[in-house]
Design a protein around this ligand. Structure first.
Ligand code: 2AM
Length: 178
């Protein structure tokens, strides 16, 4: 990664109330499974991960994102689970709402058309809550689903700091109302 590169990804960034619910779930999961709970201000759902991007290419990513049409939708996070392969406890949903699946697919396509290389694994809706968790112990179920009204998506920059990654929302794209 060149010094001038920026580490970027696109994400759904939660409003304060949703971040609060996710944070509570992270603390409960941490109590059950150990590991390292994510800080409240870092909680998000990644839509597309770019990784290191040359400073001169950031505008191309923004142009691609601006061309993605989407309408507001409700994301209902209704389950916590733990991935054994990377020891992440995450919040997700049993069924991916079609508008969210469409947003992720269209954004990925627009970015690929603009020359960005994305991972080929299918989009997995998840908000990482705890890292280095002990997945032998199941995370506690959510008391109630977390209802997240999604009205925009964001380009986010990851800054490596001694306390861990700090995320900065660089720009948001609001969805169009009918
Ligand atoms: P994770 O939480 O599942 O680790 C910032 O690092 C965001 O980008 C996180 O949501 C992280 O997912 C995701 N991310 C990091 N590396 C990635 C990769 N190689 N492919 C896809 N997403 C990645």
């Amino acid at each position: 990664m060149a010094e001038s590169d920026r580490r970027l990804f696109f994400a759904l960034w939660p409003p304060a109330g949703v971040a609060g619910r996710l944070h509570e779930a992270a603390l409960a999961a941490h109590a059950a499974c150990g590991g390292r709970p994510m800080r409240r201000e870092t909680l998000h759902v990644t839509l597309a991960f770019l990784g290191a991007v040359a400073a001169t290419r950031v505008a191309a990513a923004e142009v691609a994102a601006a061309a993605v049409a989407a309408r507001p939708f409700i994301l209902e996070l209704d389950r916590l689970a733990c991935w054994k392969h990377n020891r992440i406890v995450w919040a997700g949903c049993a069924d991916v709402a079609p508008p969210l699946a469409g947003l992720a697919t269209n954004l990925a396509q627009a970015l690929r058309d603009a020359g960005f290389v994305l991972e080929t694994r299918p989009f997995a809706v998840h908000a990482t809550l705890v890292r280095n968790a002990n997945c032998m112990k199941p995370p506690p179920p959510l008391a109630a689903p977390i209802r997240w009204p999604v009205a925009d998506f964001a380009l986010v920059e990851s800054h490596a700091e001694s306390a861990g990654s700090r995320y900065e929302v660089v720009r948001r794209w609001l969805f169009v109302l009918d």
